[in-house]
Design a protein around this ligand. Structure first.
Ligand SMILES: [Zn+2]
Length: 463
């Protein structure tokens, strides 16, 4: 029996007020030449990263468990996983050991002061460090949950050009130290699982946000998910709940991960390998746009195979992902709003999903209410309360239709199928003579959140 960690794959937002979104992690704001575009690295040349000069993992008594050379090789291999996607132009290059003023010459980051030194170089935009927190002590010094496997963030961006200039990753080697001790919250992951965590953090490093697909895994045993669900479960899913994809014979990246890295960094092969589905999500008035709902395009299941393609091939995004998560307000000027994300009201409920050619159904759902803070999905840091949000798209959308009715959508390579618009059922009226359509969603009371989050942590403490 494997003791599963209630492990969290967090993205720490170093930049203030990040507009997090399913698909891209950060979207350009009012300062940009082109607002409402994903922040991306300039990939004309390979993205340079540096790596901690110390071991990847050591035991509580200081014995090296995963040495530096092995850790470095694993990190390089996980960068290669993203770079190997056939339809992306993204590439990475190892620029040597981490160096920073205040860091010992061996480049081994093992104190908070050394970690901060590495962060200073990242914020200056001079390097993009991968830090090995070999025994989890840096994470502890930062006041973070010991169940965080790793985190990543962008350090410096060019807000005008919309370019990522530097980013960082921290990996918690305590999950590879060979020690399982529940009283000290020290859990283990398999090598495949930890490699997935590395790959996940590199996804954030590349500019990808979390994705939510196949939350049905939460009704299954931790570490023993159904293969159809697992195949479609994004590597960028916010929590580590299932067995490693690789251990189950699946590719490390799910179709959602492959689609989004390709969409952000397309190469010449992308237009002949992907099409696009786009549309808007509306409240029941059919006019007011809804931000913060998950939208999933699922491949139509082929009844002649034993596999469920609708679970296995799915790509998602969050409505309003190009719109800001915090528009601010000008009355008291205490909240100038996020510097990120478009202010165009036309994008509040807009979505766009890159898909391989084929026949799809499209559906909406709520973001899981437990995905908050560092585990958030989409532009709102609190999932939206929504009503009647679980709905398939069909040709005659209305506020009074059967939400289970679904019409297939055929997408060819290079084609954008637009107008796949949803009108949600039974939402509160959001459009009347006193409103102009700029409606914003209420958020949960904080106390309720805290309760639900801890319930979730217990849920993931599986057997
Ligand atoms: Zn993450």
């Amino acid at each position: 029996m494997i003791r599963r960690a209630n492990a969290v794959l967090a993205v720490l937002a170093l930049l203030a007020n990040l507009a997090l979104a399913g698909g891209p992690m950060v979207v350009t704001g009012p300062a940009a030449l082109a607002p409402g575009k994903p922040f991306v690295w300039d990939v004309a040349t390979p993205i340079q990263f540096t790596v901690d000069g110390g071991p990847m993992s050591k035991s509580p008594t200081g014995t090296v468990v995963v040495d530096h050379a092995t850790g470095l090789a694993r990190v390089k291999a996980m960068f290669q996983v993203w770079q190997s996607v056939p339809t992306t132009a993204i590439s990475f290059s190892y620029a040597g050991a981490l160096t920073a003023s205040g860091l010992s010459a061996d480049g081994d980051v093992d104190t908070l002061a050394e970690y901060n030194a590495s962060q200073t170089t990242c914020k200056n935009g001079t390097q993009s460090p991968i830090v090995f927190d070999a025994d989890g002590s840096i994470l502890k010094s930062l006041g973070l949950d010991p169940l965080v496997i790793g985190f990543a963030g962008l350090c410096k961006v060019d807000p005008q050009a919309g370019h990522i200039l530097s980013a960082h990753v921290l990996l918690n080697g305590r999950f590879q130290d060979g020690v399982t001790n529940s009283t000290t919250s020290n859990y283990e992951l398999t090598a495949d699982e930890f490699d997935e965590a590395i790959t996940h953090e590199i996804g954030h490093f590349a500019g990808l946000d979390h994705s939510q697909i196949n939350t049905s895994v939460f009704n299954q045993s931790p570490g023993n998910c159904n293969l159809d669900d697992l195949a479609g479960l994004p590597l960028m899913f916010p929590v580590d709940y299932c067995q490693a994809r690789k251990s189950a014979g699946l590719p490390v990246l799910a179709p959602d991960d492959v689609a989004w890295i390709s969409s952000l960094y397309p190469n010449a092969g992308y237009p002949s390998a992907y099409g696009t589905i786009s549309g808007f999500i509306y409240f029941s008035d059919g006019i007011t746009q809804v931000q913060g709902l998950n939208v999933i395009a699922r491949f139509l299941d082929n009844p002649n195979t034993v596999q469920d393609e609708s679970k296995r091939v799915a790509v998602s995004v969050v409505s309003g992902y190009l719109f800001t998560g915090n528009p601010g307000q000008s009355i008291t000027t205490t909240n100038p709003g996020s510097p990120y994300g478009s202010r165009s009201p036309a994008l509040i409920g807009y979505y766009e999903i890159p898909v391989p050619p084929g026949t799809y159904t499209v559906q909406t759902e709520n973001i899981d209410a437990r995905f908050v803070g560092g585990s958030s999905v989409g532009p709102l840091d609190r999932p939206a309360i929504t009503y009647g949000a679980y709905e398939f798209w069909h040709h005659n959308e209305s506020a009074f239709d059967d939400p289970s009715l679904k019409d297939p959508i055929v997408v060819s390579a290079g084609q954008t199928v637009n107008g796949i618009d949803f009108i949600l059922n039974s939402t509160p009226p959001r459009f009347d003579k006193y409103e102009d359509g700029m409606a914003f969603l209420p958020s949960h009371p904080a106390g309720l959140f805290a309760f639900r989050r801890s319930a979730f942590l217990l849920l993931r403490r599986g057997s």
